[in-house]
Ligand binder design. Structure first.
Ligand code: UDP
Ligand code: GLC
Ligand code: MN
Length: 337
């Protein structure tokens, strides 16, 4: 339907890469809906051009920032004030109904049936299930609602400093009023759930329709070797178990990187893929008059055990790598034996 759309947001080139992969994943699963990307003025021209090839509409919006450093510090995510920009999605009034999706989500099956739901439908947040997670939600664009949301944020602020706090405040009866507005978790399977409830993930994870790479470390934070189809760095076992991160990288390297290369032309850019990254480094090094030997090791995000522990405590386990289900199981098996 022409008046229904999936909408995402990217205020910088990193999240734009996520948006490119998300758009591609929606297309690959044959959505019949329009695709809209809201972008901030910081986005480079090559990234805008790639987004325009994937999305039906790429719309420049003002970046709204909660500026709420205190609440954002509690989540250890000082960067999330700009997620207030998400509120702009209510201004897309040339659509009657939309589904917002974070740029760090990946579609695994067609999800057009979400348009049968009403505003505001969303899945529970894994950290506090009486709140909905604002990474995937069904909404109806309306200038009236947009105005009320802005007014609400001015008067009440956001309890988490980001959009999720405002939206849960504004749609405050979500937890109790209407169960049909609770999307099944498979429409927003956050990575966190994989290690907080492994047996459930083993049981139901195969039904996932959308995976959400929630948390500080995003797919694009890693380095990928497209030839070996391997994720480098602290992810040592990404091929032998739930392959969401690998799915993301395979799609990104095969479908998005070629488009980026075309747009960047001779300009070096950071693709995150080893072979391209090496070329980038060689270019960079030769500009500096240095040797052209590249050391991909230097690019790997290797963590000390202290840093790893700190990440666990912040809820950012490396669930696809060192802290993967297989590794945890292996460790438990050793203890049990
Ligand atoms: N976002 C963005 N620029 C930023 C931070 C966030 O465009 O600097 C957008 C992007 O769509 C992202 C969403 O806001 O997916 C929410 O942020 P994030 O996914 O990092 O939050 P999390 O899901 O990890 O809590
Ligand atoms: C959450 C959501 C994200 C939102 C952020 C800030 O964890 O996943 O979509 O932007 O909180 O409120
Ligand atoms: Mn997210």
């Amino acid at each position: 339907m022409a008046d229904q759309a999936f909408v995402t947001l990217a205020t910088n080139d990193s999240y734009a890469r996520g948006a490119m992969v998300l758009g591609k994943s929606l297309r690959n699963h044959n959505t019949s809906k329009k695709l809209v990307a809201l972008i901030g003025p910081q986005l480079s021209e090559p990234c805008r051009a790639v987004l325009r090839r994937i999305y039906d509409e790429v719309r420049l919006v003002d970046v709204l920032d909660s500026g709420d450093t205190a609440h954002l510090a509690m989540m250890k995510r000082p960067d999330l004030g700009v997620t207030f920009t998400k509120l702009h999605c209510w201004t897309l009034t040339h659509y009657s109904k939309c589904v917002f999706m974070d740029a760090d989500t990946l579609v695994l099956q067609n999800i057009d049936e979400l348009f049968d739901r009403e505003e505001l439908s969303a899945a529970p947040d894994p950290g506090w299930p009486d709140c909905f997670n604002s990474g995937v939600f069904v909404f109806c664009p309306s200038m009236e609602t947009y105005g009320k949301l802005l007014q609400y944020s001015t008067e009440h602020g956001s309890f988490d400093g980001g959009d999720q706090g405002v939206l849960n405040g504004f749609f405050g009866n979500w937890a109790t009023a209407d169960i049909s507005k609770h999307l099944p978790f498979i429409y927003n399977l956050s990575s966190i759930a994989i290690y907080t409830y492994l047996p459930a993930f083993k049981q139901y994870g195969g039904n996932a329709k959308v995976v959400h790479f929630l948390g500080k470390t995003k797919p694009w934070s890693y380095t990928f070797d497209p030839k070996a189809k391997r994720i480098l760095g602290s992810v040592e076992d990404a091929t032998s178990h739930p392959t969401f991160l690998l799915d993301w990288w395979v799609l990104y390297s095969s479908a998005v990187v070629p488009m980026l290369q075309e747009q960047y032309g001779d300009q070096p850019f950071h693709s995150g893929c080893v072979e391209f990254q090496c070329t980038d480094m060689v270019t960079f090094e030769s500009e500096q008059g240095m040797s052209s030997s590249s050391d991909t090791q230097a690019l790997e995000p290797l963590l000390s055990s202290e840093e790893r522990k700190e990440k666990w405590e912040q809820g950012q386990a490396d669930y696809m790598g060192m802290d993967s289900f297989d590794n945890i199981k292996r460790k438990l098996d050793t203890f049990l034996k």
